[in-house]
Design a protein around this ligand. Sequence first.
Ligand code: BV8
Length: 234
Amino acid sequence: MKIAVFTGAGISAESGIATFRDSNGLWNNHRPEDVATIDAWHSNPELLLQFYNERRAQLHTVHPNAAHFALAELEKDHEVSIITQNVDDLHERAGSTNILHLHGEIAKMIGENDEPSNPNVVDYPYNKDIKLGDMTPAGYQLRPKIVWFGEMVYGMLDAQQIVKQADVLIVIGTSLNVYPAASLTNLYATPKTKILVNKEQPSGMTVGDWITLIEPATTGVPKIRGILNDLVAK
Ligand code: BV8
């Protein structure tokens, strides 16, 4: 079956990467939309570079968890496309092969004047900080390949097509606060089967005909293979 998986910060929480809006949220009591914005980049680039240097360095210390690995396993029996809001590389490191990062990737850099639709992407080592004055070969200031609030999201049209053409939509670890990403869960031509795995039911989400697993991703996601096998057996 064609499976679209839509993930958020909750799938990486048990790997030790803080989420955005839980009580111990990543943003030190700042609203994400106040910290990670294109205006913050223009007004205080050094602060934002440091914020992402620290988060990129953390990738050294974290590892994929059972939820990431369970999704990679699904590829043995199904055509799986992962659409993630996360900027970490844990889906890649777990072995998933078809991943769309709507909000960018923290281990990649672009030039600040690059065209958003066609950035010159530079892979960057986790432990190499980006400083003001670090430039691309074309002479533009390097910045993380991250979609800040107020910037266009990567690959939204592709993501919509993936969901529309899927037999199953699986949503994992997201509060569905951020748009346009969150709109993927209520596309008019939604898949036949929809599964939610989340520590709590996202506020404002009507779960009507969804299969809901309200539990941690590391216990919920490994159950999905059995649920899909039962679907196929029917
Ligand atoms: C755009 C990169 C236009 C940064 C991110 C007013 C109303 C509605 C929308 C708007 C508005 N005003 C402005 C907007 C648009 C705005 C927006 O949505 N704002 C919201 C906050 C109000 N969106 C934008 O600006 C977007 N761009 O619209 O551009 C445009 C168009 C054309 C041309 C130019 C411009 C850009 C949005 C992208 C912002 N960047 N990330 C970074 O990561 O450093 S968003 C950020 O939030 C992360 O990507 C994160 O993934 C994402 C969503 O958060 P979640 O992943 O859901 O994480 P959260 O902590 O919220 O929730 C975690 C969930 O997991 C919880 O439910 C929790 O219960 C659960 N959980 C926790 N632990 C576990 C668990 N579940 C299972 N197991 C566990 N162990």
